[in-house]
Write a protein that binds this ligand. Structure first.
Ligand SMILES: Nc1ncnc2c1ncn2[C@@H]1O[C@H](COP(=O)(O)OP(=O)(O)OP(=O)(O)O)[C@@H](O)[C@H]1O
Ligand SMILES: [Mg+2]
Length: 509
């Protein structure tokens, strides 16, 4: 069998951590090869080595059998290797085409020929069914489309091997189905794909083989047809993972969050939340189910003070908190695990410790007489790193150097630890490995049992069904139905999310 890419005995060290320790991965032509491992296991690092972003300390890379030295991403591009990163690298004010040709502009008499490039980009998009508008501005398009722009960028540069680093983490279920189709279209044309994902079902569904790594070391490469979700999970975590959530029935107390007739516009002044009512009581988890773009993000932004509401009220513990500043909202008792961890969750150039007190640094015990008490700050950070299994060389490491999943664990730990009356968890387990998801789910239920009110927003219907005590379906900016998880199923929820009425949806069960 000929391999298009071979990574043999790769080692890559960072200060304080061996990210890749003698890992071997061999990619066959035309296959989808999954790369699986816990948060911080070294997956992104290995792929960044292949894409020329890092130089391996040891080991050899071969492309079509020939040893190569991939000194930077341009060399990778020339060798036909493209990468769609975990965090997109697009320039927001630029158009799709401008982003795609960035660095490889076709020129005519020294001037960039944008029209010609637009035509090429559009043709390429149509050929692989990517449905991208070549002239749209990045800041105006959905996350799903931004990702397809990243795919186009690699194809435009002639990629034969595509690396996808957790592409489905940021996508809705509908977009995931589309991406799978795109991947099939790519391999049908002879392209080869390395896919990183934490979703074991996706691996089972779409990939031929799977390489498992744990703590920087290669564990095994399996034929997916001969394995199971359970085996994959235990191979990667090193123990059995229970996929069932144990919880007692909720014992809700008084109302903590009460939203009445709330209306919110988005940044572009489009009405997104249109008369929303919602209540969350102490000791219960209310899950918001909905197709992306039905006002969920704007609802959260309005509650947390990131976006002004047009009308209606938000009350917390019977106090009006409508349109308070984010800091005042936080101080009034709200914790927020944001959907976009880089925009609102972390300051990447601050240390892990500093990030743990982003909202509380000016309070006791972290500040005294207007000076920061670093001893207290780093002590708290050590505690959280321990409790939430945040894998980092130290609390003095910059957040940027943490793996994606470990950044997420840091935010979750910080927000839960402040013991807010209301915890808003938006896509909380995005990018987490199955072991970490199990832990966070149990943690959220513990918080519920301690009497916190939890508002969960998630595109993962499993997560909504497993965790929620009550599910509110959000459609076209409104809460159109409330159902109990034990009295519904994914089919009915799906219909409600598409705007069907409860009577109709229930009747079709
Ligand atoms: N630029 C860097 N500087 C220092 N350490 C780094 C850097 N990049 C990664 N690391 C460390 O290398 C290890 C592997 O990280 P990597 O990002 O490869 O993990 P991952 O498997 O992709 O995890 P996740 O599933 O959370 O994305 C981690 O301990 C991480 O903190
Ligand atoms: Mg990663």
């Amino acid at each position: 069998m000929d391999y298009v890419v071979e990574m043999l005995n790769i080692r890559k060290e960072f200060p304080g951590v061996v990210a890749n320790d003698n890992i071997t991965l061999q990619l066959k032509k035309g296959e989808i090869h999954a790369l699986l491992g816990e948060n911080g296991a070294g997956k992104s690092t290995l792929m960044n080595v292949l894409f020329g972003l890092y130089q391996p300390d040891k080991g050899e890379i071969r492309v079509n059998g020939e040893p190569v030295n991939i000194t930077d991403p341009n060399v990778a591009n020339d060798l036909g290797i493209g990468m769609v990163h975990q965090h997109f690298m697009l320039v927001e004010p630029f158009t799709v085409t401008q982003n795609i040709i960035l660095g490889s502009e076709p020129t005519k008499f020294g001037k960039i020929n944008l029209k010609k490039a637009e035509k090429e980009v559009q043709e390429l998009s149509d050929r692989y069914g990517l449905r991208v508008d070549a002239t749209a501005k990045i800041s105006d398009i959905s996350v799903g489309m931004q990702q397809r722009v990243e795919i186009l960028k690699t194809l435009y540069r002639g990629a034969e091997v595509l690396i996808f680093d957790e592409p489905t983490a940021v996508l809705t279920p509908q977009e995931i189905t589309e991406l799978m189709e795109i991947m099939h279209a790519l391999t049908a044309e002879g392209k080869s794909i390395i896919l990183i994902t934490h979703k074991l079902k996706e691996i089972m569904e779409i990939s031929e083989r799977c390489t498992v790594i744990r703590k920087g070391k290669g564990i095994d490469t399996l034929n997916v047809a001969e394995t199971s979700v359970t085996e994959l999970a235990s191979l990667m975590v090193g123990r059995d993972v229970s996929f069932k959530i144990e919880k007692k029935p909720a014992e809700p107390k008084g109302t903590v969050l009460s939203i009445q007739n709330l209306s919110v516009k988005d940044k572009r002044k489009v009405d997104m939340v249109k008369g929303m009512d919602l209540e969350v009581r102490a000791g219960e988890i209310v899950g918001v189910a909905g197709v992306d773009g039905n006002g969920q993000s704007e609802l959260v932004e309005a509650i947390t003070g990131l976006q002004k509401s047009e009308s209606g009220t938000v009350r917390l513990n019977n106090k009006d908190i409508t349109n308070l500043s984010p800091r005042k909202v936080t101080e009034s008792g709200i914790g927020h695990i944001p959907q976009d961890r880089h925009k609102y969750g972390l300051v990447l150039d601050f240390t892990v410790g500093e990030n743990m007190v982003l909202q509380t640094y000016y309070q006791k015990p972290y500040s005294k007489y207007k000076t920061l008490n670093y001893k207290e700050i780093y002590q708290k950070a050590e505690e959280l790193v321990d409790e939430y299994d945040i894998r980092t060389p130290s609390v003095y490491t910059k957040a940027r150097a943490l793996s994606g999943g470990n950044q997420q664990k840091a935010i979750i730990g910080r927000e839960i630890d402040r013991s807010p009356d209301l915890l808003i968890a938006a896509q909380p387990t995005r990018g987490l490995d199955v072991g970490a998801i199990e832990f966070i789910h149990n943690r959220l239920i513990e918080e519920r049992d301690k009497g916190r009110a939890i508002l969960l927003i998630s595109f993962e219907l499993d997560e909504i069904m497993d965790l929620s005590d009550k599910i509110a379906v959000m459609f076209d900016g409104k809460n159109i139905a409330e159902v109990k998880p034990e009295e519904t199923d994914e089919n009915e929820l799906g219909l409600l999310m598409a705007g069907s009425t409860k009577e109709k949806a229930g009747g079709q069960k």
